[in-house]
Ligand binder design. Structure first.
Ligand code: HEC
Length: 156
């Protein structure tokens, strides 16, 4: 149910934002980094924070610990701690990592949040049925930008 609502929301956003948005299959990666805003608009760090802690959206904290998000439950340690991420990576690198971490970290288990095709075995986790590509991206272009804006606040 939640998945269906999310899919609908994505479809609406994608059709509604015909402006400067870059489609998932059109993103160009330069050594894993993406220079241009995917939505054509700046990100909102507060909205990005919400995406990061939301289980139905980024759920980044299932794998990453972030001290500034320690009020949110279920922190995991599969991925590195994100404190100081903005000191380690540029904005373009962070955008590339969030959009498709596989471009930066070969074979990583971090999901590609802005990708619609090229899955090895696409499936709907909720029904267990095989899904057909293109699949809706896990996050919209603007949600990626919002998350990047939030990550840029993580300085040590
Ligand atoms: C399934 C676990 C998982 C999820 C979910 C996940 N990541 Fe990751 N992430 C990783 C792993 C593992 C790495 C380390 C890269 C590697 O595989 O070498 C990583 C690396 C990173 C890095 C670089 C780390 C650094 O500071 O050097 C950033 C930034 C990052 N992730 C952001 C995010 C954001 C933002 C989200 C949510 C939108 C997210 N991750 C969701 C597993 C995950």
């Amino acid at each position: 149910m939640k998945h269906r609502a999310l899919t609908l929301a994505c479809a609406v956003t994608l059709t509604g934002a015909a402006w400067a948005e870059t489609a998932p299959e059109a993103v160009s990666y330069d050594y894993g980094a993406v220079a241009e805003s995917l939505s054509g608009a700046p990100g909102d760090p507060e909205a990005g924070r919400a995406v990061m802690v939301s289980r139905g959206l980024g759920n980044c904290i299932a794998c990453h610990e972030v001290t500034a998000l320690s009020d949110a439950p279920f922190h995991g340690e599969v991925g590195p701690m994100l404190d100081g991420a903005a000191d380690r990576w540029t904005e373009a690198e962070l955008r590339g990592i969030v959009a498709n971490a596989k471009m930066m970290f070969d074979g990583t288990m971090m999901p590609a949040f802005y990708k619609t095709s090229g899955y090895i075995r696409p499936g709907d986790a909720f029904t267990g049925k095989a899904a057909t590509e293109p699949l809706p991206p896990l996050l919209t272009a603007q949600q990626i930008e919002d998350v990047v804006a939030y990550l840029l606040t993580l300085k040590e």
